[in-house]
Design a protein around this ligand. Sequence first.
Ligand code: ZN
Length: 135
Amino acid sequence: MIKKIEHLGIAVKNITDANAVYHKLLGTESYKTEKVESENVLTSFFKVGESKIELLEGTSADSPITKFIEKKGEGIHHVAFEVEDIETEMRRLKDQGFTLLSDKPKQGADNKLICFVHPKSANGVLIELCQEIKK
Ligand code: ZN
Protein backbone atom coordinates (compact mmCIF):
# COMPACT_ATOMS: atom_id res chain seq x y z
CA MET A 1 0.00 0.00 0.00
CA ILE A 2 1.22 3.49 -0.87
CA LYS A 3 0.51 5.78 2.08
CA LYS A 4 1.43 9.32 1.06
CA ILE A 5 3.95 11.55 -0.68
CA GLU A 6 6.77 11.29 1.84
CA HIS A 7 8.99 13.90 0.20
CA LEU A 8 9.98 15.67 -2.98
CA GLY A 9 13.66 15.44 -3.91
CA ILE A 10 15.19 18.59 -5.39
CA ALA A 11 18.60 18.53 -7.07
CA VAL A 12 20.73 21.54 -6.10
CA LYS A 13 24.22 22.70 -7.01
CA ASN A 14 25.12 23.94 -3.56
CA ILE A 15 23.30 22.66 -0.50
CA THR A 16 24.41 25.52 1.76
CA ASP A 17 22.95 28.10 -0.62
CA ALA A 18 19.81 26.02 -1.17
CA ASN A 19 19.35 25.57 2.60
CA ALA A 20 19.25 29.35 2.95
CA VAL A 21 16.67 29.65 0.15
CA TYR A 22 14.39 26.95 1.55
CA HIS A 23 14.80 28.29 5.07
CA LYS A 24 13.46 31.62 3.80
CA LEU A 25 10.77 29.99 1.68
CA LEU A 26 9.41 27.61 4.31
CA GLY A 27 10.11 29.66 7.41
CA THR A 28 11.70 26.65 9.06
CA GLU A 29 15.24 25.32 9.35
CA SER A 30 16.54 22.10 7.86
CA TYR A 31 16.13 19.47 10.59
CA LYS A 32 18.70 17.07 9.25
CA THR A 33 21.71 16.96 6.96
CA GLU A 34 22.99 13.57 5.97
CA LYS A 35 25.56 12.14 3.59
CA VAL A 36 24.45 9.03 1.67
CA GLU A 37 27.70 7.33 0.71
CA SER A 38 26.08 4.72 -1.55
CA GLU A 39 24.59 7.44 -3.80
CA ASN A 40 27.36 10.06 -3.45
CA VAL A 41 24.92 12.70 -2.27
CA LEU A 42 24.58 15.17 0.54
CA THR A 43 20.97 15.59 1.64
CA SER A 44 19.12 18.13 3.72
CA PHE A 45 15.52 17.75 4.95
CA PHE A 46 12.77 20.26 5.71
CA LYS A 47 9.39 19.40 7.21
CA VAL A 48 6.35 20.66 5.31
CA GLY A 49 3.29 19.47 7.21
CA GLU A 50 3.01 15.71 6.67
CA SER A 51 5.58 15.73 3.88
CA LYS A 52 9.17 16.83 3.46
CA ILE A 53 11.49 18.52 1.02
CA GLU A 54 14.80 16.73 0.43
CA LEU A 55 17.57 18.84 -1.08
CA LEU A 56 20.28 16.82 -2.81
CA GLU A 57 23.78 17.86 -3.81
CA GLY A 58 26.11 15.49 -5.66
CA THR A 59 29.43 14.89 -3.89
CA SER A 60 31.32 13.52 -6.89
CA ALA A 61 31.38 13.84 -10.68
CA ASP A 62 29.71 10.43 -11.08
CA SER A 63 26.95 11.11 -8.55
CA PRO A 64 23.46 10.66 -10.06
CA ILE A 65 22.65 14.20 -8.84
CA THR A 66 25.70 15.75 -10.53
CA LYS A 67 24.74 13.99 -13.77
CA PHE A 68 21.11 15.06 -13.44
CA ILE A 69 22.09 18.74 -13.02
CA GLU A 70 24.48 18.55 -15.99
CA LYS A 71 21.64 17.27 -18.19
CA LYS A 72 18.62 19.15 -16.87
CA GLY A 73 19.81 21.80 -14.46
CA GLU A 74 18.58 22.22 -10.90
CA GLY A 75 15.01 21.21 -10.12
CA ILE A 76 12.68 18.46 -8.98
CA HIS A 77 14.58 15.19 -9.12
CA HIS A 78 12.15 12.64 -7.69
CA VAL A 79 8.84 12.06 -5.95
CA ALA A 80 8.98 9.72 -2.96
CA PHE A 81 6.02 7.65 -1.83
CA GLU A 82 5.95 6.14 1.61
CA VAL A 83 4.93 2.49 1.55
CA GLU A 84 3.86 0.08 4.25
CA ASP A 85 6.04 -2.77 3.02
CA ILE A 86 8.66 -1.97 0.39
CA GLU A 87 9.30 -5.55 -0.75
CA THR A 88 5.59 -6.12 -1.40
CA GLU A 89 5.32 -2.85 -3.38
CA MET A 90 8.47 -3.66 -5.37
CA ARG A 91 6.99 -7.03 -6.33
CA ARG A 92 3.63 -5.46 -7.19
CA LEU A 93 5.18 -2.77 -9.43
CA LYS A 94 7.50 -5.26 -11.11
CA ASP A 95 4.48 -7.45 -11.90
CA GLN A 96 2.74 -4.36 -13.35
CA GLY A 97 5.65 -3.85 -15.76
CA PHE A 98 7.55 -1.06 -14.01
CA THR A 99 11.34 -1.02 -14.21
CA LEU A 100 12.97 -0.95 -10.77
CA LEU A 101 16.50 0.39 -10.42
CA SER A 102 17.49 -2.21 -7.84
CA ASP A 103 16.45 -5.79 -7.06
CA LYS A 104 16.56 -5.23 -3.33
CA PRO A 105 15.73 -2.25 -1.11
CA LYS A 106 18.73 -0.01 -0.36
CA GLN A 107 19.61 1.99 2.71
CA GLY A 108 18.54 5.58 2.04
CA ALA A 109 18.75 8.85 3.94
CA ASP A 110 16.48 9.68 6.89
CA ASN A 111 16.26 6.14 8.28
CA LYS A 112 14.57 4.63 5.21
CA LEU A 113 14.73 1.60 3.01
CA ILE A 114 14.38 2.83 -0.56
CA CYS A 115 14.00 1.68 -4.14
CA PHE A 116 13.76 3.79 -7.29
CA VAL A 117 11.44 3.22 -10.25
CA HIS A 118 12.87 4.19 -13.65
CA PRO A 119 11.43 7.47 -15.00
CA LYS A 120 10.83 5.82 -18.38
CA SER A 121 8.18 3.63 -16.80
CA ALA A 122 6.51 6.54 -14.93
CA ASN A 123 5.97 9.28 -17.53
CA GLY A 124 9.36 10.87 -17.06
CA VAL A 125 9.29 11.07 -13.26
CA LEU A 126 11.81 9.25 -11.11
CA ILE A 127 9.79 7.57 -8.34
CA GLU A 128 11.23 6.57 -4.99
CA LEU A 129 9.53 4.06 -2.74
CA CYS A 130 10.50 4.41 0.88
CA GLN A 131 9.73 2.54 4.05
CA GLU A 132 10.61 3.76 7.51
CA ILE A 133 13.05 1.45 9.28
CA LYS A 134 11.44 0.52 12.56
CA LYS A 135 13.81 0.82 15.49
ZN1 ZN B 1 14.42 10.93 -1.73
